[in-house]
Design a protein around this ligand. Structure first.
Ligand SMILES: [Zn+2]
Length: 327
């Protein structure tokens, strides 16, 4: 289905493992309506599709925008999708392989639909509307349950031979280190994902290191979250500071490798864990200084995401804008 060239509005959709969010914006990215629902990723692709459709329709209703006014729908989806818009792999979604995301959504909404990997989508969102405005090349990392990546070179998204580029989370930064879900050991993701951070804090707690975190979590590992760690680090708790410093160190090495490989203008770090402030960022920047080639490092800004949780939604809008510009 073709884009509606005369449409005034665009819909951006961020399909996460937990929530699906949609926003209606104009071509300048100004939002007019929004909605959010559970993705129901455990219930299979039919349920997921129904949730996406419902969320888009609610966003349109809240913005008092009609279907005829929509140019197209751009979606960020975790994992890989082929050129026909069929999902070939996605973590955390049950029975998702073969799900005709573009076909199904386009038919249900009677609109043109575009889809891209979620972190690639966040990268184009930051590039157009966020921290990356005005640069030619950037690398985006998102720190969360996993670690995702997106690469923009010469103002174009770099997808790789079969949409597998920018798996920065599976760059090995510590050979023989913590086991990764991909089967390797010491991947950046294995060293710095959410579970790795919690494990790191838990080990210190179990070793008897005194900490205000241990008191809040009542010495129970399953009560520790990166958010609590960040909060206690901000008030100077040594255990939490050490935990975030070690995390920042590994992320810094990963970023240094990206800088050495691509010589980008900018590296943007997003995801909830990136909001931990100086206790994460100072060790992270020390790691970058220690391992990146100086000539490349001095021209590369390493910054926090500007759009935060909205990077995916805004990236969805950008997918449509870029398709319009190509048309
Ligand atoms: Zn891995």
């Amino acid at each position: 289905m073709k884009l509606n060239q005369s449409g005034k509005y665009i819909i951006g959709v961020d399909i996460g493992g937990t929530n699906v969010r949609a926003a209606v914006t104009d071509r300048a990215g100004k939002a007019f309506g929004e909605s959010r629902n559970k993705t129901l990723a455990d219930d299979g692709p039919k349920a997921v599709l129904a949730q996406i459709v419902k969320t888009v329709q609610e966003a349109m209703a809240s913005g008092e925008v009609t279907a005829e006014q929509i140019t197209g729908v751009g979606c960020g989806m975790p994992g890989r999708t082929n050129r026909e818009g069929v999902v070939t792999w996605s973590p955390n979604f049950v029975d998702i392989e073969g799900f005709e995301l573009v076909g199904g959504l386009s038919k249900a909404l009677n609109m043109a639909v575009l889809v891209e990997n979620d972190v690639n989508t966040a990268a184009v969102g930051e590039f157009r509307f966020g921290a990356g405005q005005g640069v030619d090349s950037l690398v985006m990392l998102t720190l969360g349950t996993g670690i995702g990546g997106g690469i923009i070179l010469n103002r174009q998204l770099w997808r790789g031979a079969n949409a597998g580029a920018a798996e920065i989370g599976h760059m090995v930064v510590n050979p023989g280190g913590r086991k990764c879900e991909c089967g390797n050991h010491g991947c950046l993701e294995a060293m710095a994902q959410r579970d790795a951070i919690v494990e790191r804090a838990a080990r210190k707690m179990q070793a008897g290191m005194p900490s205000s975190l241990a008191e809040e979590a009542d010495y129970q590992v399953d009560k520790i979250t990166p958010e609590i760690i960040s909060r206690h680090a901000a008030s100077g708790d040594e255990l939490c500071l050490e935990t975030l410093a070690e995390t920042g160190h590994w992320v810094g090495i990963g970023i240094a490798n990206c800088i050495n490989l691509l010589n980008p203008d900018m590296v943007i770090v997003g995801g909830g864990i990136a909001q931990a402030g100086p206790p994460l960022w100072e060790p992270l920047k020390r790691g970058v200084r220690a391992y990146a080639i100086q000539e490349s490092r001095v021209v590369c800004q390493v910054v926090e995401s500007k759009l935060g949780d909205d990077a995916g939604i805004m990236g969805g809008v950008v997918l449509v804008l870029q398709a319009l510009e190509r048309a």
